[in-house]
Design a protein around this ligand. Structure first.
Ligand code: NAG
Ligand code: NAG
Ligand code: NAG
Ligand code: NAG
Length: 304
């Protein structure tokens, strides 16, 4: 009897979890997980459950509940977005999901892009993507997210058709209560301020030992990227990557974050602001300096 009551408690608790914290197994309508379809896209994701309703289509995953996009009969470049609710974890944590590409052998039915959209900012650039050939098997991906209160974020899954027949699917999105096993996390990155024309150096601290398969870069929300310039160890469990945004112009100002790819997924830092002091301010200062010099009578030549 006691055990039975305990069992009920556990079930109720699990149910609350599913409704609140970004997990979704897609067994209930996706709105029950707080997920939503994109508004300004071309297509909707479809929800399917082949455990309850098996499919005779050999390209469909069997025995699972998932979201999918059927790319058959679509033009190339059509998009469908799926958004998680706002996630407000106050610590670095791991989010895992599975993806699937179905279709004829060696066909490429489309792209799957994943975005981490911080606060109400634009989506920015994808942090992870796959466009591989149809394998008809599930692969797991780790997203090592670093966000802190009062910031929040949403994960956006984007399927893009290629014009070839097949399907793209995702399932089992789980917000873990701990860090990723195979993908490192970042500590908070800080903003940088420079004058136009100068080089802005961002420093990203990675919580994890450096491995050969890690690929790091700096990603601007507007699309500018910078490769890693150097790394130096911080201690035996952390290292720092340095990224230079060279020859800055006012157009480079905005938010930047660090990205690290492992074989199993991607680590994403918070955004740090790059402030470029305005060119005209900079020139004004320069002109004032010249004026100062010419007043002192030492630059007759320059003032003609
Ligand atoms: C995908 O779309 C094609 C073309 O409309 C259709 O024939 C096929 O049955 C669909 N497949 C699934 C799994 O819905
Ligand atoms: C969020 O995490 C930071 C760093 O661990 C901590 O200092 C802060 O108190 C936390 N905020 C809340 C509201 O729990
Ligand atoms: C995603 O796309 C970029 C190019 O835009 C590519 O360099 C990268 O390897 C792709 N794959 C993953 C897993 O992000
Ligand atoms: C920055 O400017 C220097 C000098 O003009 C040039 O050599 C270098 O290639 C530029 N770097 C980038 C990233 O454009």
């Amino acid at each position: 009897m006691i055990e039975f009551r305990h069992f009920i408690l556990v079930v109720v608790k699990l149910d609350c979890r599913v409704a609140n914290d970004g997990d979704c197994n897609f067994e209930k309508p996706l709105a029950a997980c707080g997920y939503s379809q994109g508004r300004d896209d071309d297509l909707d994701w479809e929800q399917a459950n082949t455990r309850e309703k098996p499919s005779s289509d050999p390209w469909m995953p069997s025995g699972s509940a998932f979201m999918m996009m059927n790319t058959s009969g679509r033009f190339a470049g059509q998009k469908a977005l799926l958004l998680t609710p706002q996630l407000r974890e106050n610590d670095t944590h791991c989010v895992t999901f599975h993806y699937y590409i179905g279709g004829r052998d060696n066909s490429h039915p489309g792209h799957l892009n994943v975005y981490i959209k911080e606060n109400n900012s634009p989506m920015g650039m994808p942090v992870w993507n796959v466009s591989g050939s149809a394998t008809r098997s599930w692969g797991q991906v780790e997203l090592a997210v670093s966000t802190y209160w009062p910031n929040f974020y949403q994960i956006v899954f984007e399927a893009v058709t290629s014009g070839q027949r097949g399907l793209l699917a995702i399932k089992d999105v789980v917000v873990q209560g701990h860090q990723c096993m195979n993908t490192p996390h970042f500590l908070t990155i800080k903003g940088v301020e420079v004058n136009a024309g100068q080089t802005a150096s961002f420093h990203c601290t990675v919580n994890g030992r450096k491995r050969d398969n890690f690929r790091l870069w700096l990603q601007g929300i507007g699309g500018r990227e910078a490769p890693m310039k150097a790394t130096k160890p911080w201690n035996n469990r952390r290292f720092i990557g340095t990224f230079d945004v060279e020859n800055t112009t006012k157009g480079d100002s905005g938010r930047y974050r660090c990205i690290v790819h492992s074989d199993k997924g991607v680590g994403v830092s918070n955004y740090g602001e790059l402030t470029i002091k305005r060119e005209d301010q900079f020139l004004q200062q320069h002109n004032e300096d010249l004026l100062q010099l010419s007043k002192s009578g030492s630059v007759e030549v320059m003032s003609k």
